[in-house]
Design a protein around this ligand. Structure first.
Ligand code: PGA
Ligand code: ZN
Length: 399
C-alpha cells in the first residue's frame, strides 16, 4: 500500500526544472522517477505544466487519493487514480509531468516490493527474451539545435548487432566517426540537445556524412548498420501555405512524400519518423503504401502515444509503427495500451526518450518489458547513457 508520495523539482538535461516523484509503500518499497520534456512537442500531447504548478496540483488532487488507497504494484489502479484525480483528457490539471513521474515511480516501488527488476515487474513471467535495438542520434538540428540540419535527427540503426551492448557501442562509434569526418572537412561543430552533432551543413551533406560514418563503422564491427531519420515534419510544415519549408527549398505534400521515398531507397533507410505533418494521416498512408514494405514509417507527433489517434491511423494505414513516449500521454498504463493496440494491428513500437531528459532509466525497462524492436535514446551524454547502460545491465542480468 502506498504510504507516501513526495514530489520535487529537479534539473533536466537542458537545465530546466522538471518533476521528480518518490513513492513509498507500507512494506518498505521505494521508487523514484522523473519526467522528461520535449522541445518539438506534438500538438496533441498531454499537457506539461510548469513544475511548480504541476507539483502543487498533484499534491492537492492526486496524492491524497493514492496514499492509503492504492498498491504500488497495481499499475492500472495507480494510473486510473491519477486520471480520475486529474479529471481532464489531457492531464491539464495535475500536469502530464506530475502524472508520468508518479506513474513511473509507483512502478519502481511495485518492483521493489517484489524484489524484482523493473523490466520483470512490468513485463511479467512470460515476457519475450528479445532486446530492443537502440537508435542513436548522431547528427541533428531542427528544434534541437540552431543553424544545423533541417531534418531533426539522423539516427544510427545497428540492425545486425548480435547484442544490445554491441549495438550501443556501434552507435557511439558512428557518433565518433561523424566527428572525425567533420574535423577532416574543417567543419566546426557543437552538439544539440540530445548529444548529436549539430554542424552548420545542409541536409544533403548530412546524408553523405552519416552514410560514410555508418559504412566505416560497419567495416570495423562486421555487422549491418543502417540509419534512419526523425524528420519532425510538423516543425517544417507551414499550414498557411501547405508546404514543407526547408532552408533552401519548399516542398508540397506530394513533393515531400517523393523526397522521403527517394531517400528511403537511396540510403536504404531502416526508419523514418514523422516524415509528414502531424495532421496529415492521408499523406502518411500514401508514403507507407510506397515504402512501408522496406522501412519503418513511424508516427511520433502523429500518434502522441494516444490509442485514439493510433486507431485512426490504423484505419487508414498511416505509418506502420508508433513512437512510445510515456510523458506524451501521462501514464505507463496508457503507454502499454498503445503498444498493445499497435502490436494487435501489426504496427511496431519504438520506445523513446525526449530531448529534455534526466538520469531516469525507466524507458530502458519499458522497452525490454514490452519486447519492442527499437528504443530511441541517443548515442552519448549522461542522460542518454543512463538508459543505454541500463540496457546493457538488463541484458547482463537476464542472460
Ligand atoms: P522532443 O523530440 O523530445 O523535443 O519532442 C524528440 C522527437 O521528436 O522524437
Ligand atoms: Zn520525433
Amino acid at each position: 500500500l502506498i504510504t507516501d508520495v513526495r514530489l520535487r523539482r529537479i534539473l533536466d538535461s537542458r537545465g530546466n526544472p522538471t518533476v521528480e516523484a518518490d513513492v513509498v509503500t507500507e512494506s518498505g518499497g521505494f521508487g523514484r522517477a522523473a519526467a522528461p520534456s520535449g522541445a518539438s512537442t506534438g500538438e496533441y500531447e498531454a499537457i506539461e505544466r510548469p513544475p511548480t504548478e504541476a507539483i502543487a496540483a498533484a499534491r492537492e488532487h492526486a496524492v491524497p487519493r493514492l496514499i492509503g488507497e492504492a498498491y504500488a504494484g497495481n499499475q492500472r489502479e495507480v494510473d486510473a487514480i491519477l486520471r480520475a484525480a486529474d479529471g481532464t483528457d489531457d492531464f491539464s490539471e495535475i500536469g502530464a509531468n506530475s502524472a508520468v513521474a508518479i506513474s513511473m515511480a509507483a512502478a519502481k516501488a511495485g518492483a521493489d516490493v517484489l524484489g524484482a527488476p523493473l523490466f520483470q515487474h512490468l513485463g511479467g513471467a512470460f515476457r519475450g527474451d528479445n532486446f530492443p535495438i537502440p537508435l542513436g542520434n548522431v547528427v541533428g538540428g531542427g528544434e534541437h539545435a540552431a543553424d544545423a540540419t533541417d531534418i531533426q535527427e539522423f539516427l544510427a540503426a545497428p540492425i545486425g548487432a548480435p547484442s544490445v551492448g554491441d549495438a550501443v557501442f556501434a552507435n557511439a562509434a558512428v557518433h565518433a566517426a561523424v566527428s572525425d569526418l567533420l574535423t577532416e572537412r574543417d567543419v566546426p561543430c557543437g552538439k544539440g540537445d540530445e548529444g548529436a552533432w549539430a554542424p552548420s551543413i545542409d541536409d544533403g551533406e548530412a546524408f553523405e556524412l552519416v552514410d560514410e560514418a555508418v559504412s566505416l563503422v560497419e567495416d570495423e564491427v562486421g555487422f549491418e548498420i543502417s540509419f534512419g531519420l526523425d524528420v519532425a515534419g510538423a516543425e517544417l510544415y507551414d499550414a498557411g501555405s501547405g508546404t514543407y519549408e526547408y532552408s533552401d527549398t519548399s516542398r508540397t505534400t506530394d513533393e515531400q512524400i517523393e523526397y522521403i521515398a527517394d531517400l528511403v531507397r537511396e540510403y536504404d533507410l531502416a526508419y523514418v519518423e514523422d516524415p509528414l505533418d502531424e495532421n496529415d494521416y492521408e499523406a502518411f498512408a500514401d508514403l507507407t503504401d510506397e515504402v512501408g514494405d522496406r522501412t519503418l514509417v513511424c508516427g511520433d507527433d502523429l500518434f502522441v502515444t494516444n490509442t485514439d489517434r493510433l486507431a485512426d491511423g490504423i484505419d487508414v494505414g498511416a505509418a506502420n509503427s508508433i513512437l512510445i513516449k510515456p510523458n506524451q500521454i501521462g501514464t505507463l498504463t496508457d503507454a502499454f495500451d498503445a503498444i498493445e493496440l499497435a502490436t494487435a494491428h501489426g504496427y511496431d513500437s519504438v520506445v523513446s526518450h525526449r530531448s529534455g531528459e534526466t538520469e531516469d532509466a525507466t524507458i530502458a525497462h519499458l522497452a525490454v518489458a514490452t519486447d519492442v524492436p527499437f528504443i530511441k535514446t541517443g548515442a552519448v551524454g549522461g542522460e542518454r547513457t543512463a538508459k543505454l547502460n541500463e540496457l546493457i545491465r538488463i541484458a547482463d542480468d537476464a542472460t
